[in-house]
Design a protein around this ligand. Sequence first.
Ligand code: UT7
Length: 323
Amino acid sequence: MATDTANAPRPMGGPWGLKITGVGAVLPEKVLTNKDLTAWMDTSDEWIRERTGIAERRIGGSTSGLSTEAAQIALANAGLDPGDIDQVILATTSPDHICPGTAPAVARELGILAGAFDLQAACSGWVYGLVMANGLLLQGMDRVLVIGAESLDRITDYHDRGTGILFGNGAGAAVVERDETGAGQLLSWDLGSNGNYVHILYADHGDVLQMDGREVFRQAVKVMQRSATASLDKAGMTADDIDLIVPHQANIRIVEAAWKKLGFSMDKTAMVLERTGNTSAASIPLALDDALRAGRVNPGDNLLFLGFGAGMTWASAIVRWAE
Ligand code: UT7
């Protein structure tokens, strides 16, 4: 059960940490392949694969529905009941409604009466949520559910050659708990934004996403490099100390270009982009789930989560994995 003292600040000092004890991910059933797009768009499977690394994306479902399913799996994997959760954070760019937030409906579906709010930091949202969760644990909470979920098909024009080839739906959720042993830790983090770049990726009320793809590409490489370096520096680490990098899945060429500058290797990188497309706030927990299920994460490993997105926003966090 959620503790009575959930809102009481914890004393600092002593072993204290964070562990991700359950992860869940879901994709809607309907597949939209590159070949499907060629039926109405002047493009080709080869071009999309080569320029983005994407083969297919999923459409359908709702942000609340996908969130609920992913969260149920995460809770089951953590061995927890809904009542154990002290807070729900839902990172999304495509909420069910403009108002209210989608998180309360997800909490209701899960049977959670704790606080629930949406976090809008575009594709960086889940990493922002992870850092917020760490702060809430420090404030006295025991368990925070951090979800990243999108139904981007609601704001994507699948006739547009720039955006229609990229975006898809999906959800990933993680149960983030206090680790009294201190073995698991959020070792460092870096959050940033530059509102001068609002115009390069946005959607107005009732409209679809508009994007200056080339400029997003340029800025993405820059801010990924900057944020990863900031988190590594704060943790006193170098690229060699990182066991697995879980980046935002936007375009394989963005990752490769940033990795060249950072000295990261693709072998140590979790990628699901080819079969998910860009799922914005869902992309990092989707890739984390895939890496976990592939047995690529071991106790003591250092994981670097690294996102960027509309805003522009960027976020990185280094987590020492507890279990
Ligand atoms: O979460 C963040 C979300 N956003 C992103 O990550 C977007 C980052 N940017 C990108 O991923 C890339 O800019 C795109 C994949 C969107 C576009 O790739 P690009 O290499 O920047 O293409 P471009 O717009 O510079 O166009 C190059 C050529 C043009 O032809 P010409 O003028 O060289 O003959 C375009 O007409 O590719 C053509 N083109 C396409 N061809 C086939 C543009 N889009 C397409 C397409 N299919 N879908």
